[in-house]
Structures are given as C-alpha cells and as structure tokens.
Ligand binder design. Structure first.
Ligand SMILES: Cc1ncc(COP(=O)(O)O)c(C=O)c1O
Length: 319
C-alpha cells in the first residue's frame, strides 16, 4: 500500500512539527528501536463521497487508550485526546486526503544511547497514509490456531499496543501464513482462545455472541466494543464475555474477527474445519454491514463515534 498523499509528499507530525515523511527519522541507537519501548495506535478514517467528508472513527477513544496504555511503560504523551484529534484532522487536511486513511500514532522512549534502563525522554509522532482493505474477507477467511501462545499480562501486557510485544503477533502471522491460513488464532497459556494476531475474536452459538474477556490477555479492541454495542442495540443479541475453549470454535455456528484494520472479518474455517456451513453466516453479515454503515456516517445514532475532518473546519469558519 502507498504512503503517498495526493500531493506526492506525505506530511507527518514529528518532533512537534509538520514535516515530510522522508525527513521523519530516528537515530539508530534510539531506545525504542533497540528495546521495543514504544506504544502505538491504529485509527481508520473513511471518506464518504456523498458527504465529501473524511470521518475519523472513534479517535477520542483511540487517543485516550493510547495515553493510558503509554503510562504502562511510563511514556508521557502531553496533548489531551481532543488536541490529538484536532492535530490528526489538521494532518489529514494538510495532506489533502480524500480517500480512506489509516492513522498511526507512535509514542516512544527516544534517548539515543546503549542501556535498557528507561529515562524520561519521550517523543511521539502521527502519520496518516491512504488505506484500503486489510483482508479481502468478502467470502470469509481461513484461520489456524498457532503454536505460539499469547503473551501473558505478567510478561508484557497485551492490553497495550507495545511495539516489542508485536513480535508475538509477527511470529503468529508468519506461522499462520506459512501453513496456508489468512490469519492466526492465539491461545493463552491456559489453553483458552485469546484473539487473532491483530484482531479480536467473536463466536456465535445458539443465537448468542461470545468473546473472550479482558483477562484472557486480549487487546481490548475499540472495534470489539463497537460491535458489542451494535449487536446489543441494533440486533438485540445477548453478548457474553467469557473464556472460550479451542474446540468450541469448531462446533460454533459462526466466528469472526474484529479490528480497526480488519474491520468485521468472517471466518469460514479454522484448522481446516468448516465453521457452521463453511460460508459467511447471517449474524456476521449483518454486523459487518451495520459496522460499515455506522462508521461511514450513515446511522445518525452513531455519528458520535465520528470526527469529520473537513466539516469540523467549515463549521469553525461559519461560527
Ligand atoms: C493484538 C490486537 N488485538 C486486537 C486488535 C483490535 O483492536 P481495535 O479494534 O482497537 O483496532 C488489534 C488492533 O490492532 C491488535 O493489534
């Protein structure tokens, strides 16, 4: 996927200023590069042609999570979540993006020296790139349980998007792809289903929706929260957070992934066993379409999730 803006020169926020992506570089001895001491986020923006606007999806929640989770490794991100939303919208406008985008905030330990002991030198950057589908999941994905286990909260907290922790996801993805699957499924050390390498997991059984709890080493996804809200409010489904066994997946009616990048992605087989009828199931299909409608600004009740990039300026000028 390209990182280019319409002008051909992508502008990013780095070292407290706007500058070209090609100039946003770090020293080879940077603490985060050597020891993984960064915390990142991933936010989508959907361009809605009809409204001529770009909607950032739940940026307040993403920035609040980012700031809170950076605190786990004692990285400070000074601006408020609202200021970060405004800065991101400004960055989108500067780049002239009128397409779907992905925002990558990254906060990190920035000292350039040898030595694991962290200090107080923190920095952060914001990058926005054009972004399309992460998976082509129209006909469903194949998934496989990998031999790597999901990192324990007692080792590296998986609830935060800590850079170094993503080696766990890289190993899982690598194994899954080499085994011919689209995506990995992690188990916890106690053998419960945790999540995908970059996404949360839901299971449909007997008309109820189940998803692993925050204590099963998952990243507590914002898309997961959105889908739970849509399922309860729009489909009157019972949603249960509880541990899930591996073989429960095999006998379930439907399974799907959720995540900012993967959106709502149906799974049609796991470990070479068809899930349900081996095609995209009706609950997943409905939730996927509700999620698209809500995040593209087409459901008034969920406009509160969205931060319009272009209208926010037009409204400010009119005031
Ligand atoms: C390991 C992991 N789980 C779940 C998710 C989904 O989280 P969200 O819906 O907040 O994007 C992600 C997103 O990147 C992730 O990396």
């Amino acid at each position: 996927m390209t990182t280019e803006s319409p002008s051909g020169k992508t502008i990013v926020w780095f070292n407290n200023q706007f500058l070209p992506l090609a100039e946003a570089n770090v020293n080879i001895l940077t603490h985060a590069l050597n020891y993984g001491t960064g915390v990142f986020e991933g936010i989508r923006g959907y361009y809605e042609e009809k409204e001529q606007d770009l909607f950032l999806v739940r940026p307040m929640e993403h920035f609040e999570r980012w700031k809170r989770n950076a605190g786990i490794i004692r990285i400070e991100i000074p601006p408020s979540a609202k200021e970060l939303c405004e800065l991101t919208a400004e960055l989108c406008r500067l780049n002239g993006f009128r397409s779907h985008v992905y925002v990558r905030p990254l906060a990190y330990k920035s000292s350039a020296r040898i030595g694991v002991a962290p200090d107080e030198n923190d920095a952060y950057a914001l990058v926005v790139v054009p972004f399309g589908d992460y998976f082509d999941s129209r006909h469903g994905l194949t998934a496989g349980v990998v031999s790597w286990r999901r990192i324990e909260d007692t080792a590296i907290p998986g609830r935060a998007k800590i850079c170094g922790a993503y080696v766990n996801s890289v190993l899982a993805t690598d194994e899954a792809r080499h085994n011919g699957y689209d995506e990995a499924i992690f188990l916890t050390e106690t053998g419960h289903v945790a999540e995908g390498a970059t996404c949360n997991l839901f299971m449909v059984r007997n008309g109820k929706l189940f998803t692993p709890p925050g204590t099963d080493n998952i990243l507590e996804g914002i898309t997961r929260a959105s889908v739970m809200e849509l399922a309860r409010n729009e489909m009157k489904l019972e949603v249960v957070e509880r541990s899930i066994g591996r073989s429960e997946l095999y006998v379930s009616d439907e399974v799907f992934f959720t995540g900012t990048a993967v959106e709502v992605a149906p799974i049609i087989s796991i470990d070479h066993r068809p899930i349900g009828m081996g095609v995209v199931g009706p609950v997943t299909e409905k939730l996927k379409s509700l999620y698209v409608e809500a995040t593209h600004g087409r459901m008034p009740a969920y406009r509160r999730w969205l931060w319009p990039v272009y209208r926010s300026v037009a409204a400010g000028k009119a005031a």
